[in-house]
Design a protein around this ligand. Structure first.
Ligand code: SAH
Length: 247
């Protein structure tokens, strides 16, 4: 078991510099959470992180009748970068998208890249809601780097602007059944992306467009059609295990 990681401690994401002796002013929502939900008293210690400077211990101080300030004490974990995986996905309906974004963040992806495809149901993506889901997953799972959230683009445009040094793992529900582990094992080390389609799957012309590119590797996720959010977890598990940072 890794010793440097206390997953029971309370974690708080703060958008501020973290240096020893620094003072943080939590947001009112965070003050409410610390005071009324966690019922922490002055002197209690929590863990804070900002996605850039690793993880630090912080001590609560009363700062007036209702306010709280946090004194940054010492660094507990150094910043980690996680695997260089871009996760491209057709936005799903609200609750399933919330779930999928949290799982992708837990899987350590570096970028969340919504792509609009022919059968995509959601026509707009709430980026603030995605950010809130990423922060919640990071606070619960001790993830130190927050995935960058990119604005949605059409799939055609993402392909047209693709940087070919990043291999794109295309999870195709129409692929012949073959071992995804064998396929992924042929990938050279380097930046990778995973693409999961919408509830309605990929259109034929999208499949043809994807397969025309040398940077695309098509994989099957087995003989059954998985729901998109299930496919996300399955695909990111395979990629992390074969070419990511689970080795
Ligand atoms: N109608 C279901 C499933 C749609 S398929 C739903 O409501 O979610 C959603 C996406 O998951 C596909 O476009 C593909 O990217 C991936 N996927 C699902 N099953 C798959 C399989 N057996 N092989 C490869 N990809 C799969």
């Amino acid at each position: 078991m890794r010793q440097d990681f206390d997953f029971r401690a309370q974690r708080l994401f703060v958008d501020a510099e973290l240096t020893a002796g620094g003072t943080l002013s939590p947001t009112s929502a965070q003050v409410n959470y610390l005071r009324n939900v966690l019922r922490l008293a002055a002197g209690a210690e929590i863990i804070v992180f900002n996605g850039r400077d690793g993880e630090w211990s912080a001590r609560l101080h009363e700062a007036g009748r209702r306010a709280i300030s946090l004194e940054v004490v010492r660094q507990l974990r150094r910043q980690e970068s996680g695997p260089d995986i871009d996760y491209l996905f057709a936005p799903l309906k609200r609750a399933r998208l919330d779930y999928m974004v949290q799982k992708a963040a837990e899987m350590g992806v570096r970028r969340l890249r919504p792509v609009l495809t022919r059968h995509t149901i959601a026509d707009r993506v709430n980026l603030e809601r995605m950010q809130a889901n990423v922060v919640e997953a990071a606070e619960q799972c001790g993830i130190l780097h927050l995935p960058e959230i990119v604005a949605p683009v059409r799939l055609e445009r993402a392909l047209a602007e693709w940087r070919p040094e990043r291999r794109l793992v295309f999870c195709d529900e129409g692929a012949e059944i073959a071992s995804p582990v064998v396929a992924l094992s042929t990938l050279a080390p380097g930046p990778v992306a995973v693409l999961i389609g919408p509830e309605g799957g990929f259109a034929a012309e999208e499949r043809d467009a994807l397969l025309a590119h040398a940077f695309v590797m098509r994989i099957s996720l087995g003989p059954r059609i998985l729901r998109a959010d299930t496919a996300a977890v399955a695909a990111l598990t395979l990629v992390n295990a074969v070419v990511g940072d689970w080795r």
